[in-house]
Design a protein around this ligand. Sequence first.
Ligand code: ATP
Ligand code: AMO
Length: 421
Amino acid sequence: MSSEGVIEGWVSNVKILGKIAFIEVIDGLNLSPITVVVRKDSGSVDWSKVSAVKLGSAIRVKGVYPEKVVSKKGREIHADEIEILAEPRDLPPIDVTGKTPASFEDYINYRYLALRLPRVRAAFLARSLIVNEIRSFFSERGFLEVHTPKIVKAGAEGGATLFEVDYFGVKAYLAQSPQLYKQMLMCGVPRVFEIGPFFRAEKFSTTRHLNESWGLDVEMGFIKGMEDVLEVLSQLVVHLSHKLNERLGDALRGLGYNVIKPVTSVRVLTYDEALEVLNSLGFNLKWGEDFDPKAEKSLGDYLEEKGVQAYFIVDYPWESKPFYIMKKDEKRGYAFDLDIRGIEVASGGQREHRYEVLRQNLLEKGLNPEDFSFYLEAFKYGMPPHGGFGLGIDRLVMTFLGVQNIRETVLFPRDRFRLVP
Ligand code: ATP
Ligand code: AMO
């Protein structure tokens, strides 16, 4: 049955063949354009308007969706009325038909225009889907969604990457992570999650770091051990990889993305096992060393060959982890990373919840407990055993889509050299 409808969007192609016109319009959140078919002799549309339609104009079309679609693009509307809402005043700086590729930089500089290209659009549809799924995953499991401050007095992830803010004459920082707050909350709510931005003054310029990034932070109280946290995170990865494949997998692959396969389980390796694999691959790493991106990548390639795309590395040397991680023994901590296809996507662990030991941990890391007194205070009033993780959403989207640069997953990335747009 044909039905009436309205579409709104931007003209991406115009073809006039005698008395019939085909106007392709990028509309709604669809990945490919809809073909607007206009017939000169139907009399309902002002033909002079049609022949003057400019590429890139914003238009509204009222018409009928036909019963049988002829357009190979898959969607079609037969116009009864065309309204031109805005015409471009300049030629667009990038080709929005996608026929002539623009530079990587211009796809960022003109992101709002690049979003008219199916490939660019698809990455942000995938990101939006992932964030929506994260939110429902945790809400359904009884986690409280929280929002912690982004202007803070103390950093939890090392002093070197703090952005300083003048807070009415007092020195403050942009939050590097919700770490301290999500832990303090464990004294009043059993499970929390937060989706929010974090800021790191990392000076280097890499394809996997930004200075403003979005994270998922999770904290769970009353845990029996780190395994409880691994279980939730692995269920999340399984869930998200399935949803992405189910909803957008074919479309994304059709647009050239090397999408992750649906994950059935997340492999667990100890730090020691990972070290052994890396040294067998020719690295010369000593126990205690952190894995650099090259080592992470080699481990990722080695495991991907065995069909493993997502894996935990557990029981890291305590030395290389932050003060809030609980020690497992003399050398190791209850800490883990989640790596996907050779890139670290999340890290977490069980936290030290005993006041005296936590204070001692701060001292061992060369930090002053006085600077953390507001945080330590929460550990005096029945703080249960707890643990959690922080996951980089940009990194997750990057590894799920198989793209090489994190900037492809962020609309307006902030890196060392980019403050506009
Ligand atoms: P290109 O990208 O080169 O413009 P395409 O094959 O991707 O072409 P389609 O939307 O599939 O684009 O349309 C192909 C051609 O088929 C159109 O240019 C038009 O000539 C014709 N066509 C599309 N829809 C109809 C229709 N409803 N009735 C008659 N012909 C149509
Ligand atoms: P961590 O410092 O490992 O842990 O950060 C968590 C995750 O955030 C992502 N990430 C980044 N993404 C893009 N650009 C950056 N500059 C950047 N820095 C970090 C990574 C990383 O795995 N508080 C702990 C988490 C916890 O224990 O709960 C933390 O912040 O994907």
